[in-house]
Design a protein around this ligand. Structure first.
Ligand code: GLV
Ligand code: MN
Ligand code: MN
Ligand code: MN
Length: 396
């Protein structure tokens, strides 16, 4: 099956691109994607496995293939209202590249695998790249077990409902030891690429912080202004502070999610919880951005009689991809551009444990994490060709 047909076959699985996807780890939409993965793997006689952390693999290991595998792939899960490309492009391209290699009579000397990692966006349980963090031991298994979704279901409970043993979640050295390298193909996410394909140099330091403002619920009409302890006010100051700090430090800071309790039009809020996403080229600038937000939130919370706490939920230091591997891939692709990104990826997590690399496919508008996310069909085909070249280079 050609790339276009394969791509089309996934577009309608668990949503539609125009409305934006809500493919969250192990919800119906994401499970449909996993079923699609199993069907496509079976149609190609690939052996499917799910590891003890919920990551899926399809293995091509014809006679004679031995040693540590070359792994490619990405993730199915989306952000709320996500586009079609972030994640799935890497998986569909992997199947299409494998088809090309087979058509061309290529026989790998090492096993070649396609991976679909769990909870890359962290949209359900809050920590991005949770599947690859668990696999590589980059998150404490006990902490992961206790992460909760919006309905209060813990990751351990959800994993058990999915058929995994919660006690076995966590670092999997045996599996990691079977992987020689990982190459993730991904749509580029910021209009940083003006040719069809590029190779990643680095991922910016980035993290997530939770801000809790505790006030006092009361009547919107009868409570005198002087008597209020309204958590919305320091929250609003914190949002503006994030923007201003990002401008000062040359970083990116976003408050894209907030929960207000109890959430009544005529009720002064009793609690506001917000999440700050901060990223930048330099670790210190990201730290300074968060410190500035914290200071403003603390000061304004105090001024309004509101309790405040800030907690780091995750932090990923700068990822410099394996230089030898990235130079080898850029050369194999005829000298394509090498560029950094402000987006996080499983490849970034695994890079501390394995040689990893990323291929980017041009995004003409740069829009991502939104329904308008796009890559032109011709560029996607160039991505498949590039991935096939890279797999042949690494598994030949
Ligand atoms: C993942 O896509 C991220 O960068 O948030
Ligand atoms: Mn994403
Ligand atoms: Mn992604
Ligand atoms: Mn104020």
């Amino acid at each position: 099956m050609g790339f276009a047909e394969l791509w089309e076959s996934l577009l309608t699985v668990g949503g539609d691109a125009a409305a934006g996807y809500r493919r969250f780890t192990w919800n119906d939409a994401e499970l449909e994607c996993r079923a699609w993965f199993r069907r496509e793997a079976a149609a190609r006689d690939l052996a499917v496995e799910e590891d003890r952390n919920g990551n899926l693999y399809a293995w091509w290991s014809p006679g004679g293939a031995a040693g540590r595998a070359v792994l490619t792939g990405s993730h199915f899960d989306s952000v709320p209202g996500g586009g079609a490309f972030d994640g799935p492009l890497g998986i569909v391209s992997a199947f299409a590249a494998l088809d090309l290699l087979r058509e061309r009579g290529f026989r790998p000397s090492r096993p070649v695998g396609i991976a679909a990692f769990a909870e890359e966006e962290g949209a359900r349980f809050g920590v991005a790249c949770l599947g690859s963090r668990l696999l590589s031991g980059e998150i404490d298994a006990e902490r992961a077990r206790g992460l909760t979704d919006a309905g209060g279901i813990t990751f351990a409970e959800a994993a058990a409902a999915h058929g995994l043993d919660p006690a076995l979640l966590g670092r999997d050295d045996e599996r990691l030891g079977r992987i020689g390298c990982f190459v993730e193909l991904h749509v580029e996410q910021g209009r940083a690429l003006d040719v069809p394909v590029g190779v990643a140099s680095a991922i910016w330091p980035h993290g997530r912080w939770r801000l809790d403002f505790h006030g006092h619920g009361d009547h919107a009409g009868t409570t005198r202004l002087a008597d209020r302890r309204d958590p919305m006010l320091p929250f609003a100051h914190a949002v503006i502070a994030a923007r201003e700090a990002a401008e000062r430090h040359g970083t990116r800071a976003t408050v894209g999610k907030v929960e207000v309790e109890p959430g009544g039009v005529n009720v002064i809020a009793s609690r506001v919880t917000a999440w700050l996403d901060a990223r930048g080229a330099r670790d210190e600038s990201v730290r300074e951005t968060v410190a500035d937000v914290r200071r403003t939130a603390e000061e304004t919370a105090e001024g309004h009689g509101v309790g405040f706490a800030l907690r780091e939920e995750s932090y990923t230091a700068v990822v410099d991809f394996n230089t030898a591997l990235r130079d080898r891939l850029a050369a194999a692709l005829g000298g394509v551009p090498v560029l950094p990104t402000g987006a996080g990826h499983d490849a970034g997590i695994l890079s501390a444990h394995l040689p990893t690399a990323m291929l980017f496919v041009r995004n003409p508008t740069g829009v991502s994490h939104a329904p308008a996310e796009h890559a032109e069909p011709g560029d996607c085909l160039a991505g498949v060709e590039a991935l096939a070249t890279v797999l042949a280079e690494l598994a030949g």
